[in-house]
Design a protein around this ligand. Sequence first.
Ligand code: 5GP
Length: 192
Amino acid sequence: MRELRDAIIQKGKALGGNVVKVDMFLNHRLDTALIFRMGAAFAEHFRAKQPEVILTVEASGIALALATARALSDLPVLFAKKSAGAAQGEGLAQAPVYSFTHKKWNNICVDKAYLPEGTRVLIIDDFLADGQAVRGMRMLCEQCACPVVGVGIGIEKGFQDGGMDLRRDGVNLLSLAVITGISPEGELLVEG
Ligand code: 5GP
């Protein structure tokens, strides 16, 4: 998606350790027009798969998930919570996820009541790096016996393994932009 690619190049910053900061438009300040167009792009790609719920993980995936849900005739959005303590349900699905940005383990969880068996799930997230967050969300779906009909990612970092692993697994993955590398000067190399 050219508009997203341009935003990453113009407003993104490479921090150390392969972390890319896009606080100007996606992770802190939200560029609503861009985010709704990203949602529309996901909707166009995945509509034929007939998703029934959008699943993401708090907090940074929520805006993009909401935009996608809006473009898919107002589907519900379910966001996994990052700790079981924060959830109040009786029957929780849980999965351990190592956070790439915070360097710590979280037990992400959803209340099984919100993912009834057989619900067709579209997973949406802002970034794909090593694939831990998506792997965790797929585990939640598996525990609830729900098929994952696709995975939509705003920004994939192509130099990390998450995208390759998902494609190898035959997952229907759409990344709207792919950062293929970071130059020694900190310049972001982007396809999209
Ligand atoms: P993964 O689980 O694929 O290793 O990392 C994806 C998750 O970590 C996303 O939910 C995202 O919030 C966060 N993340 C990973 N890499 C980056 C990055 O370079 N920049 C930002 N802002 N978030 C990232």
